[in-house]
Design a protein around this ligand. Structure first.
Ligand code: ADP
Length: 264
């Protein structure tokens, strides 16, 4: 994709002496425009689905279903579920946009993995317990801090552990942390449904879901992993996944550590 601009090159005093041709390579620009258009389309679709459902059930209730107690109860429950879904979607979209705007700024805050985990521990423990899953957390006491705000770090831990619970029906989920070669290494594992090999390269994309119905049923927005990837890469970290269909998944995340000497 090339955009061409031609302008006359004026000689003395105003007689054209030639032409200047400027060629801009706009391939990248077009690609970004296309991603943006697709994103807006996806967002509209994701917002419209719960809204249509809410609108439909409200109308049905107003048309008389509210008179029948069982119908009233059932339809109000659906409206509540769909409203929560809209709320989660909007929260995730705002998180994503906040993280994108942060790009390029230098992140100066330091956080400890243990502290970030403490923030989300009650939520994850209750999710795991509700599904009868064993939760194993191993965070060594003498880890150096990582260069990331505490809220972002907690969000990474929450999204990955929440996914581990969501996509695991039996067995265990774990978070195992270690330190090596100036990186803090976090491993989030589960004995869940796993991810088909051909889906693995795409699961960090916005709104990409292996099984849309399952994700929806679990209250997923399809944005969790793209938020994680943005946060991790924005802090010069790396994230990758290994998975086997039917036996489980392991998400590995390396975050640059800050040494004591660097702080002085
Ligand atoms: P969602 O809100 O749908 O969970 P995510 O962006 O967090 O969205 O994840 C994208 C998709 O990746 C999920 O829909 C699911 O198909 C797959 N996935 C993520 N984590 C796991 C996991 N631990 N086990 C199996 N599949 C997973």
């Amino acid at each position: 994709n090339v955009r061409v601009q031609i302008s006359p090159y004026l000689g003395e005093p105003t007689r054209p002496r030639g032409a200047v041709i400027v060629c801009h390579d706009v391939t990248e620009l077009r690609r970004l425009e296309q991603i943006r258009t697709e994103f807006v389309g996806n967002v509209s679709h994701e917002l419209r689905t719960p809204l249509t459902s809410i609108k439909g059930f409200v109308e049905t209730l107003l048309d008389g279903a509210a008179e029948i107690p069982e119908h009233r109860e059932r339809f109000l429950k659906i409206i509540q579920t769909e409203t929560l879904r809209l709320q989660r979607l909007i929260d995730d979209l705002l998180t994503l946009s906040r993280i994108e705007n942060r790009r390029g700024e230098s992140e100066t805050s330091l956080s400890s993995i243990q502290e970030a985990y403490e923030k989300i521990k009650p939520v994850i423990e209750s999710y795991a317990e509700a599904k009868g899953l064993e939760l194993i957390v191993n965070i060594p006491p003498d880890l150096p801090p990582v260069e990331m705000g505490i809220d972002l770090l907690s969000q990474v831990l929450l999204n990955l552990l929440e996914n581990a619970v969501k996509y695991t029906n039996q067995g265990k989920i774990w978070l195992s942390v270690s330190y090596e070669n100036s990186f803090v290494h976090l491993e989030f594992g589960d004995t869940g449904c796993g991810i088909p090999e051909h889906d693995l390269p795409r699961i960090f994309e916005r709104f990409y879901r292996v099984d849309k119905a399952r994700s929806r049923e679990q209250g997923g927005t399809g944005l969790g992993l793209s938020i994680v990837k943005h946060i991790v890469e924005g802090s010069k970290g790396r994230i990758k996944v290994a998975s086997r269909l039917g036996s489980g998944s392991v998400f590995s995340c390396d975050l640059p550590a800050v040494q004591q000497g660097e702080l002085d």
